[in-house]
Design a protein around this ligand. Structure first.
Ligand SMILES: Nc1nc2c(c(=O)[nH]1)N[C@H]1C(S)=C(S)[C@@H](COP(=O)(O)O)O[C@H]1N2
Ligand SMILES: [Mo]
Length: 245
């Protein structure tokens, strides 16, 4: 019953967020999606479970930035100057209801806050408190088509001339600790950490946590997307696509 209340609330928010969504069909599809979600969640909780969450006292005094530390375009500078008021997260690909979500839309979804440890392959770690909606709520609103198997994350920054991107499977996409974070340690995300939106996918290494998010795309296969290996570093340096910790 609690779940139903939550889903009804999420449906109302998405109806407000997206004019493409027709009232009754969206409501029904959210119920169906929630049942599917529940099966997935039970499987996950029975299997892998949650990664460790830390105490407030363990938060690192400074969460360093790594890789891109800003987005070097006039558009990003303008967006930053405007407090990211016009930033949109586009939800596209194999979904019934494409969405275009503002930061306000994302802040009004049910929020999850988690204090986790970030591990970078370059040999450093930091503990931070991240807040944002679960990716699962967003995907419930968009309603994945049955062919969807991966979620691709599109970023605003380029590194060495190529756009950063990442991807995860649906197990990680629907994991309770997978969130689209808009805040770090109770403040809007600093630019170096991916303002205004970044992925937290807590069972995997740092390079999977795409910063400067502009889009989420549901796809059936990673073939044909950029270098075809599912991520910026996977394409270039042979990093593993599944970077489980
Ligand atoms: N868009 C984008 N996302 C990115 C990167 C990047 O360069 N661009 N670097 C990755 C790497 S290797 C790490 S360790 C983390 C660093 O996150 P931080 O800058 O918040 O420390 O972001 C990841 N996500
Ligand atoms: Mo990293």
């Amino acid at each position: 019953m609690q779940r139903r209340g939550f889903v009804a609330g999420a449906a109302a928010l998405f109806l407000g967020a997206c004019s493409k969504v027709a009232d009754s069909s969206a409501g029904q599809s959210l119920f169906r999606a929630s049942e599917k979600w529940h099966r997935g969640a039970q499987r996950l909780l029975g299997g892998g479970g949650l990664v460790k969450e830390y105490d407030r006292s363990e938060i690192s005094p400074f969460f360093r930035g790594n890789g891109s530390q800003t987005v070097d375009t006039p558009e990003y500078a303008a967006a930053q100057a405007a407090g990211f008021a016009d930033w949109r997260l586009e939800v596209t690909g194999l979904v019934t209801h494409p969405l275009s979500l503002s930061l306000d839309n994302l802040r009004r979804l049910p929020q999850r806050t988690q204090i986790t440890r970030h591990d970078c392959v370059e040999g450093w770690s930091a503990i931070g408190e991240w807040t944002g909606p679960q990716l699962s709520s967003i995907l419930e609103g968009a309603q994945l088509l049955p062919e969807a198997r991966f979620i691709v994350f599109r970023c605003a920054d380029t590194l060495g001339g190529a756009r950063y991107y990442e991807s995860i499977d649906l197990d990680d996409a629907f994991h309770p600790q997978t969130i689209i974070a808009h805040a770090l340690n109770g403040e809007p995300l600093p630019v170096r950490n991916g303002a205004p939106l970044r992925l937290r996918v807590e069972r995997q290494l740092g390079y999977k946590h795409a910063k400067y998010l502009t889009g989420i795309e549901a796809v059936a296969s990673l073939e044909g997307i950029e270098g075809g290996k599912g991520g910026y570093w996977e394409d270039r340096a042979g990093y593993h696509w599944y970077a489980g910790i």
